[in-house]
Design a protein around this ligand. Structure first.
Ligand SMILES: *Cc1c(COP(=O)(O)O)cnc(C)c1O
Length: 632
């Protein structure tokens, strides 16, 4: 942080403690929705959501489709409710991102029902006196009965919102009674019923709801002073800056725009590099206080866009010293107190500050994450999958000067990598394949007689590579026609395929050993639709799933003498390839013709007596469909 002009520290441990304090007010069976709208009140929706989910949040609440979508892109799969009414034009994205819309009118419900192709869960918002969005409580019952007839919508939740839970118990009671009145009349019971915001959790109890929506109090800011003796909260956000310059003024000199502050005597003041553009509210002009070395200092003059001046006459401080503008360290600079100096809103100042300042996330006093200054998390439509595809396609086309070839490359290779969104791509490393030909007469095949096999070489293969283990089993497949074998190239659970000569019976292929790390696997062979499937498995593999492991597969089979060539292909991205063909005593001259794609087209070819090896650099990536043909 040494280099920052201003920044926020988000204390996730405080956040967790606040949630614990709030949970003490939950009646049994209550779940909570973490409200993360407006980037979690300026605290950062992603980190706050993760923490809240860790602490038991079963829902997240956002303001609009964009906020929900962003969390989905960031990998959050908890149910997300869009609290505000959505626009009709947003319906597509709501469905696509699996978000829950709030229904505040029959018209929107009807449009949603028309536009959706699958059944979608909704929450209905009843306006019981908030006077904002939602179906007015007097129209609630007839409207809900019409919504119920819309066959694509499932009413999963029904909710209302308090207008003044923090300090108007009577009005909250009235709202709660109106809501209960509707619930009593309904002959359906939605799965989720909710009314309380974070203040409501403390001030208002009811016997009908099973979900609460936690906002400001969870961020450690009191919505009303009266709550202080009921719950103990700690601010999550601290906003800091540092002294940029130290100056002095003589009596009568003015400071800042429009001369709103005049020095009453000789004084010393500091310029801080934050202003209203950083979220330090303009209304704090001549009113704000900041904390330097545990001393409160007055903001003097008007808050500028990028600077403020503070009185440091009594302090002994230096340029670069830290300044706390908002946060936990002193009551005066807690959000609710600082904003009370200008009758402002603590909700607002958190959002304002969160828009610009770099955030450092702390847990148990350690920084666990940060997000950069001026960062705006958003999902850019310029770089939707479709747009990105077009950019890539055009780029290839320009390089190749041929639309036809670029289309081919694109659709064949790139589309597979980039556009099948849910496709996992797996890589192999340290790929080593050895194929050894022997005279079939000299080594009898274990499971059959060798008569009729004199036109074949006994063939032993060993393949080793490392890869992330996907499952507690995998298959080796073998068939005697390319067509039959084809389907195994598409299957993710097949690690080795062998094409048998078409005159051979499938049972002339056998796995002699299959290992993962040092575990010798069980293997069973099955004949299925003319193909041989060998399932390799072991109970111990369960614990290795997801880990990088070493595969080792050895086979024995036969290869026709009159074929005069043997091909080996790679079917996955592979780093470090070595393919070795051993033919001692059975063949004289063998040549290797590599077909490599990747950065280097020319692997190393090493010939020795009775063997030939091709190898790539150990850290070189080789693309699928690369391979080698051995010609004899
Ligand atoms: C913002 C919001 C909340 C959270 O309110 P807090 O006062 O911050 O706890 C709850 N419900 C709805 C519908 C909201 O829009």
């Amino acid at each position: 942080m040494q280099n920052e002009r201003s920044w926020t520290e988000i204390n996730l441990s405080n956040f967790e403690q606040n949630l614990d304090e709030l949970k003490k007010f939950f009646t049994p069976g209550i779940n909570f929705m973490q409200i993360v709208k407006a980037d979690a009140y300026g605290h950062g929706a992603f980190e706050i959501s993760k923490k809240a989910i860790h602490c038991g949040a079963t829902f997240l609440g956002v303001a609009n489709v964009q906020e929900g979508m962003l969390l989905r892109y960031q990998g959050i799969d908890t149910p997300i409710l869009i609290l505000s009414p959505s626009l009709e034009s947003e319906i597509g994205l709501i469905l696509e991102n699996d978000l829950i819309p709030t229904i505040s009118s029959l018209e929107f419900a009807q449009t949603l029902d028309r536009k959706t192709t699958k059944k979608i869960g909704i929450h209905i918002n009843i306006d019981t006196g908030m006077g904002r969005s939602g179906i007015h409580f007097k129209q609630a019952l007839p409207t809900i009965s019409k919504i119920r007839q819309l066959t694509n919508l499932t009413i999963e939740g029904i909710f209302s919102h308090f207008s003044a839970a923090e300090n108007d118990a009577d009005y909250s009671k009235l709202q709660s009674e109106r809501f209960k009145g509707i619930l009593d009349e309904l002959d359906i019971k939605p799965k989720y019923v909710h009314i309380a915001n974070s203040s409501g959790v403390i001030t208002s109890q009811d016997d009908y709801s099973n979900l609460v929506r936690l906002g400001l109090l969870s961020y450690g800011v009191y919505t009303d002073p009266s709550l202080k003796n009921k719950i103990s909260l700690k601010p999550v956000m601290t906003f800091k800056s540092r002294i940029g310059q130290i100056k002095t003024a003589e009596k009568g000199e003015s400071i800042g725009y429009n001369r709103t502050y005049t020095a009453q005597g000789k004084m010393k003041y500091a310029i801080l590099p934050v202003g209203y553009a950083d979220g330090y509210d303009f209304m704090l002009s001549n009113k704000g206080k900041v904390l330097i070395k545990n001393e409160l200092c007055n903001v003097i003059g008007k808050v500028s866009m990028d600077m403020i001046a503070v009185d440091i006459t009594k302090l002994n401080v230096n340029v670069g010293d830290e300044v706390i503008l908002l946060g936990n360290e002193h009551d005066t600079i807690k959000a609710e107190n600082l904003t009370s100096l200008y009758n402002g809103s603590s909700y607002e100042i958190l959002c304002q500050v969160g828009r610009r300042a770099k955030r450092y996330y702390y847990e148990n006093r350690k920084i666990i994450a940060s997000s950069p200054l001026l960062r705006r998390d958003f999902v850019s439509f310029d770089y939707s999958d479709d747009k990105l595809n077009t950019v890539i396609e055009t780029a290839i086309e320009q390089r190749l000067q041929s639309k036809e070839i670029s289309n081919l490359i694109y659709s064949d290779i790139l589309k597979r990598f980039f556009t099948e969104r849910d496709r996992d791509i797996h890589y192999r490393r340290k790929f080593k394949h050895t194929i050894e030909f022997k005279d079939s007469a000299s080594s009898p095949f274990s499971r059959g007689n060798t008569r009729g096999l004199k036109n074949y070489y006994l063939t032993n293969t060993t393949l080793t590579f490392t890869k992330q283990l996907q499952n507690d089993h995998f298959y080796v497949a073998c068939a005697n026609s390319e067509k039959l074998l084809e389907k195994y190239f598409l299957r993710k659970d097949v690690e080795y395929r062998w094409l048998l000569d078409n005159k051979l019976e499938a049972n002339l292929f056998d796995v002699t050993s299959a290992k993962i790390n040092d575990i010798e696997l069980y293997h069973e062979m099955k004949l299925k639709d003319g193909c041989l499937e060998i399932r390799c498995h072991h109970p111990q593999l369960k614990e290795l799933v997801g880990k990088e492991v070493e595969f080792s597969i050895s086979t024995q089979t036969f290869y026709p003498k009159d074929s005069h060539q043997l091909s080996v292909y790679l079917i996955e991205m592979t780093q470090g390839v070595e393919i070795c063909f051993v033919y001692e005593n059975v063949l004289k001259n063998v040549e290797a013709v590599p077909i490599f794609s990747g950065r280097s087209k020319f692997p190393k070819i090493t010939s020795a007596k009775g063997s030939i090896t091709i190898s790539s650099q150990p850290d070189e990536w080789v693309f699928p469909t690369s391979g080698v043909v051995f010609v004899y």
